[in-house]
Design a protein. Structure first.
Length: 95
Protein backbone atom coordinates (compact mmCIF):
# COMPACT_ATOMS: atom_id res chain seq x y z
CA UNK A 1 0.00 0.00 0.00
CA UNK A 2 1.36 3.40 -0.97
CA UNK A 3 1.23 6.22 1.55
CA UNK A 4 0.72 9.74 0.26
CA UNK A 5 2.99 12.37 1.77
CA UNK A 6 1.12 15.62 2.27
CA UNK A 7 2.26 19.19 2.76
CA UNK A 8 1.65 18.92 6.51
CA UNK A 9 4.17 16.07 6.68
CA UNK A 10 6.80 18.17 4.94
CA UNK A 11 6.04 21.24 7.05
CA UNK A 12 6.41 19.17 10.22
CA UNK A 13 9.99 18.26 9.34
CA UNK A 14 10.95 21.66 7.95
CA UNK A 15 13.40 22.48 10.80
CA UNK A 16 15.22 19.21 10.15
CA UNK A 17 15.28 19.96 6.42
CA UNK A 18 16.69 23.43 7.17
CA UNK A 19 19.47 21.93 9.27
CA UNK A 20 20.35 19.18 6.78
CA UNK A 21 20.41 21.38 3.69
CA UNK A 22 22.06 24.27 5.53
CA UNK A 23 24.81 22.06 6.93
CA UNK A 24 25.56 20.73 3.45
CA UNK A 25 25.76 24.24 2.04
CA UNK A 26 27.94 25.37 4.96
CA UNK A 27 30.38 22.54 4.31
CA UNK A 28 30.72 23.64 0.69
CA UNK A 29 31.13 27.30 1.66
CA UNK A 30 33.77 26.40 4.23
CA UNK A 31 35.62 24.39 1.62
CA UNK A 32 35.80 27.38 -0.72
CA UNK A 33 36.76 30.05 1.83
CA UNK A 34 40.28 30.91 2.82
CA UNK A 35 41.46 30.45 6.39
CA UNK A 36 41.19 34.17 7.23
CA UNK A 37 37.52 34.34 6.20
CA UNK A 38 36.23 31.33 8.15
CA UNK A 39 34.33 33.64 10.51
CA UNK A 40 31.73 33.84 7.75
CA UNK A 41 31.04 30.14 8.19
CA UNK A 42 30.50 30.57 11.93
CA UNK A 43 28.11 33.46 11.38
CA UNK A 44 26.14 31.52 8.78
CA UNK A 45 26.02 28.48 11.09
CA UNK A 46 24.58 30.63 13.86
CA UNK A 47 21.95 32.00 11.45
CA UNK A 48 21.16 28.45 10.38
CA UNK A 49 20.53 27.38 13.98
CA UNK A 50 18.38 30.48 14.51
CA UNK A 51 16.34 29.70 11.38
CA UNK A 52 15.75 26.13 12.53
CA UNK A 53 14.73 27.36 16.00
CA UNK A 54 12.27 29.82 14.45
CA UNK A 55 10.85 27.01 12.32
CA UNK A 56 10.42 24.83 15.41
CA UNK A 57 8.74 27.69 17.26
CA UNK A 58 6.31 28.18 14.37
CA UNK A 59 5.43 24.50 14.39
CA UNK A 60 5.02 24.55 18.18
CA UNK A 61 2.49 27.38 17.97
CA UNK A 62 0.59 26.01 14.97
CA UNK A 63 -1.93 23.24 14.51
CA UNK A 64 0.90 20.83 13.66
CA UNK A 65 1.95 20.63 17.31
CA UNK A 66 0.86 17.46 19.02
CA UNK A 67 0.43 15.41 15.87
CA UNK A 68 2.12 12.49 14.20
CA UNK A 69 3.28 12.53 10.62
CA UNK A 70 4.58 10.12 7.98
CA UNK A 71 2.14 7.40 9.09
CA UNK A 72 3.05 7.80 12.76
CA UNK A 73 6.83 7.67 12.28
CA UNK A 74 7.43 11.31 13.25
CA UNK A 75 5.94 13.08 16.25
CA UNK A 76 5.76 16.84 16.73
CA UNK A 77 4.80 17.15 20.38
CA UNK A 78 5.90 19.30 23.31
CA UNK A 79 8.53 16.78 24.42
CA UNK A 80 10.29 16.65 21.06
CA UNK A 81 10.09 20.42 20.65
CA UNK A 82 11.69 20.96 24.06
CA UNK A 83 14.65 18.79 23.16
CA UNK A 84 15.00 20.46 19.76
CA UNK A 85 15.44 23.77 21.58
CA UNK A 86 17.95 22.18 23.97
CA UNK A 87 20.01 21.00 20.99
CA UNK A 88 19.68 24.36 19.21
CA UNK A 89 20.97 26.10 22.34
CA UNK A 90 23.86 23.64 22.62
CA UNK A 91 24.74 24.19 18.97
CA UNK A 92 24.60 27.99 19.34
CA UNK A 93 26.87 27.87 22.41
CA UNK A 94 29.30 25.59 20.57
CA UNK A 95 29.52 27.90 17.58
Amino acid sequence: MMTVIGIKDVLAISPEIIVAVGASVLLLIDLLLREKRRIVTAALAFLLVAAAAIGSACIFTSELSGGTFFSGMFAADDYSTFFKFVFYLAAAITI
